[in-house]
Design a protein around this ligand. Sequence first.
Ligand SMILES: Cc1cc2nc3c(=O)[nH]c(=O)nc-3n(C[C@H](O)[C@H](O)[C@H](O)COP(=O)(O)OP(=O)(O)OC[C@H]3O[C@@H](n4cnc5c(N)ncnc54)[C@H](O)[C@@H]3O)c2cc1C
Length: 466
Amino acid sequence: MQITDIPRALAQAAQLLTEPADMAPYLRDWTGQHQGTALAVALPRSTGEVQALVKACLSEGIRIVPQGGNTSLAGGSVPGQDGPWIVLSLVRMNAVRRLDTAARTVTVEAGAVLQALQEQMYPHGLTFALTFGAKGSAMIGGCLSTNAGGSNVLRYGNARELCLSLEAVLPDGSVIDTGAGLRKDNTGYDLRHLLIGAEGTLGIITAATLRLHAIPKVRATAFLSVPDLAAALAVLNAVQDETAGAVEMFEYMPAHATELVMRHFPDLRCPLDAIPDCGILVEVASTSSQDAAAGEDGAPRLNVRVEAVLERLFEQELILDAALAQSDAQREAMISLREHVLESLMAEGRWQQYDISLPLAQVAAFLDHLQQVLPSGVRSHVIGHLGDGNLHLSLMPGAEDAIVLSERVYDLVLRLAGSFSAEHGIGRSKAALLAARKDPGTLAAMRAVKAALDPEGIMNPGAMLT
Ligand SMILES: Cc1cc2nc3c(=O)[nH]c(=O)nc-3n(C[C@H](O)[C@H](O)[C@H](O)COP(=O)(O)OP(=O)(O)OC[C@H]3O[C@@H](n4cnc5c(N)ncnc54)[C@H](O)[C@@H]3O)c2cc1C
């Protein structure tokens, strides 16, 4: 189909970009591995315009890929190369529709950028807690559609737990509103949970009512050296117990990750004298004024309490060394070390990335077995949101090893009752993997849901379900 063939109903529904140079950024994904083609990029301003676009595409047999910040790491945010497509970008739908500071909820349009929403909430003493490296570009609709996680899932849950209700346009052009953001609403199937994590295959999220949290008044952040992963989990549980479950971050930083970042960003230093084999970045946060008040030595009481737990764990030989941040600058430096891992990896070349999760008790076993299944000469890196059992594994095999290596990694993950996609989703990158490895009964039910809601298959075909 030529640009001149764009159906009138589509052209009338919303503003369209059709020039190749204007469309280019919307057609290539963040990883650079997926490039699609489209008749146009549609930029609707309202739910009504999204609805008109969907109806026009349905009647003309045009496929739709919804797009937020286009930061997907699974290749689901750009069109395929087959058939007529449009990209439906939510970028112009970014308004806060309603803020309820008493109920601590906000209703916001799907195109709101995560970080911008957080900044809009700060003057009210509130925050939308979801956070990760792409927060400056990722949008609320994209975060919900991938059920994004990040570094503080341990405390606040992933995107699903932070969403109370949704407004969406379904593939037949109908608009649904799953509720008014109530915390209790048992009136039948909860379609919110079907659309969250659906990666644009079941409809277009146009707005959401989200849970907000008070901004912590004080944080205690430490970089630890621990003997091994079993000790790390004992440390996590001890700190959780002593702080009433206030751990926000518990990140695994083995020596090779710390060394990698220090090589690429010489200004970033390991906070400990010796780079730990098994390093942990831990952060505890509290909204309590008492925790924020200064104790006898002038430090916030939360820090005093955390320091006492760390000392006890040191005596029990569960911690070998620890550095507790004494200032915001020291805290930022510790977090920066963790946040620069992905960028440092990318600077080293093209890696095969794995986003897996495991039962906490199996994380150490996975890493041990992994060494046995890696062919010699394969470079490997692993970091992780350890508190969630979520590991980000990067391997650089030779071309001949690439496919067989993935099979081995996924065999191992499934043997240990883990998941082959923890937080980045399936997209186009893992659609074949899902078809091959998902439990057949669940896969059949997923296909039945897709067929019921999108019988014409216009919503992001090729992503998630093949
Ligand atoms: C540097 C970096 C760090 C990252 N760190 C993390 C991390 O720690 N944790 C994590 O979970 N992810 C992480 N990601 C992945 C990515 O940021 C998330 O998946 C994010 O949620 C995607 O949001 P987005 O707005 O960019 O969505 P997009 O990339 O635009 O789209 C993602 C998927 O959602 C669909 N979609 C988008 N908007 C809508 C909508 N309104 N309605 C229906 N479907 C829609 C798309 O079709 C696509 O399938 C990271 C990415 C980068 C680049």
